[in-house]
Design a protein around this ligand. Structure first.
Ligand code: GLU
Length: 476
């Protein structure tokens, strides 16, 4: 037995992302969503979203909201309304009943004890356990007694999947057992629900993590029993941490929302980073949305696990920050300020962005770097800044104050000339003048370029901050 239906091409392609809303949208899920989205967009097909909320105890509304929100933030728009799996339980059950009718499924009254005894016997004989129900060939069970519905799976031969990523994978049918389709309370199992939904949604390509490869064989038995077209499968390798171990929180793997709200990552950077997790196009590292849609193919997905590396994400994010519009950056970075910015402060933040974004790896760093703009006089010096104000720093600040006060045009060139002159006259390197100046102006040891700092603060505030440190008592 092997996949037989004609593969869908071009605009007939339908993919789906089918998250279980038992937690937030994590990196692995977001990458699966991205690959499905790209494959659909690259071919002019459709990308659908199905929320697999059949686990009533573990599915939550906040998780659903976080998944939808995370996808919107990443720009992974889906076609049509999202489908909720639980709401379709009747349809799933109807398919099981159709299979009962056609003889591809049967009712089974095996008790838990009988199943356990079979399992123990198989273990004792060192055989892999596969359920063998006596009800497979009986029709005289008591319909009013609790029972499940099982598929009547092929036992002979083998099943082959031609997976677009994994290649040809074959499983002996004897290894697949008569799985349950309907539980004794009449509710459909996950395996049945996935197959029915994929069919009804017209899914042509199932792209998902390779932890689902085994499920694909079980799902195929249902598909074939129903005589439905078989989807093309692409099982993508899982993501590992930078150390090669299975990805976990320890590797900095967070929910997508945390990258946005805690780390200050731009969606285009996370998009690019997710794309590079397991997919490549030559040596290209920086690949934006439009380029990704143009280049993406499933053939470009590697077979071995990809490694998630926060450092790479930082460097991509830095790239996209420098490319981003300053007004947008100011709006986004303002969320990381420890206070609500006024329109004037937002304006200042935006004007400061060309200087602030130069070295920043994320929005949080931008907000930290901007903190000096909003401090009020007299500034509190941190320990490093205080150390820069010891010794002859005060004398230097004196000369700097005088030289800067005399500058006509308050712009970076004029300010640089003035500061260089002070250093030269004192016979010291530029840094020996710039460092105390930086401390006085920002209260820190590091900041954006010192001449940018002067321009952004303006004449009055800059001279005031310098004067404060000249008159401050030591150690203050
Ligand atoms: N709901 C499954 C999961 O979140 C995915 C099922 C599928 O893609 O077929 O792992």
């Amino acid at each position: 037995m092997s996949a037989s239906s004609e593969p869908a091409t071009g605009s007939n392609i339908v993919t789906r992302f089918a998250p279980s809303p038992t937690g937030f949208l994590h990196i692995g899920g977001a990458r699966t969503a991205l690959f499905n989205w790209l494959f659909a967009r690259a071919s002019g097909g459709k990308f659908l979203l199905r929320i697999e909320d059949t686990d009533r105890a573990r599915s939550t509304e906040p998780a659903i909201a976080a998944i939808l929100d995370g996808m919107r933030w990443l720009g992974l728009d889906w076609d049509g309304e999202e489908v909720y799996q639980f709401a379709r339980a009747e349809r799933h059950a109807a398919v099981a009943h159709a299979m009962l009718k056609s003889g591809r499924a049967y009712r089974c009254w095996m008790t838990q004890d009988e199943i356990a005894a079979q399992r123990e016997a198989a273990q004792a004989a060192k055989q892999p356990y596969r359920i063998r129900s006596p009800w497979r060939d009986r029709t005289d069970g008591p319909l009013d007694q609790p029972h499940v519905v099982r598929i009547r799976a092929e036992r002979e031969g083998s099943t082959t999947i031609r997976d677009l990523v994994q290649g040809e994978v074959t499983v002996q049918n004897a290894e697949l057992d008569d799985m349950v389709l309907l539980r004794s309370d009449g509710t459909p199992t996950y395996m049945l629900a996935v197959v029915v939904d994929d069919h009804d949604m017209g899914v042509t390509h199932v792209i998902r993590g390779d932890d689902h490869l085994n499920n694909a064989f079980r799902q195929l038995t249902i598909i074939r029993a129903m005589d439905w077209p078989e989807p093309t499968y692409a099982h993508i390798p899982l993501i590992h941490g930078a150390d090669g171990a299975k990805l976990s929180k320890r590797h900095g793997a967070l929910g997508v929302d945390a990258y946005r709200d805690e780390l200050g990552v731009l969606p285009e950077a996370l998009f690019n980073h997710l794309l590079r997790l397991g997919w490549g196009h030559g040596d290209a590292e920086i690949i934006d949305r439009a380029q990704a849609v143009e280049w993406f193919t499933l053939e470009g997905v590697g077979k071995s696990p990809s490694r998630f590396d926060l450092k790479k994400l930082d460097s991509l994010n830095g790239h996209y920050i420098r490319a981003a519009d300053d007004e947008r950056l100011a709006q986004l970075a303002a969320k990381f300020l420890p206070f609500e910015a006024t329109p004037q402060q937002l304006d200042l933040l935006q004007r400061s962005m060309p200087a602030l974004k130069l070295r920043a790896a994320n929005l949080r760093e931008i907000a930290d770097g901007a903190a000096f703009l909003f401090r009020t006089r007299p500034l509190e010096m941190d320990a490093d800044a205080q150390a820069l104000l010891e010794g002859d720093a005060k004398a230097r600040l004196h000369s700097l104050h005088a030289a800067l006060d005399a500058v006509d045009e308050w712009n970076t060139e004029a300010l640089e000339t003035a500061v260089r002159q002070v250093a030269e006259t004192a016979g010291v390197k530029l840094g020996a003048a710039a460092q105390p100046l930086r401390a006085a102006l920002t209260g820190r040891r590091t900041s954006p370029g010192i001449f940018d700092v002067l321009v952004l603060l303006g004449r009055e505030e800059s001279l005031g901050r310098i004067a404060d440190q000249i008159t401050a008592s030591p150690g203050n």
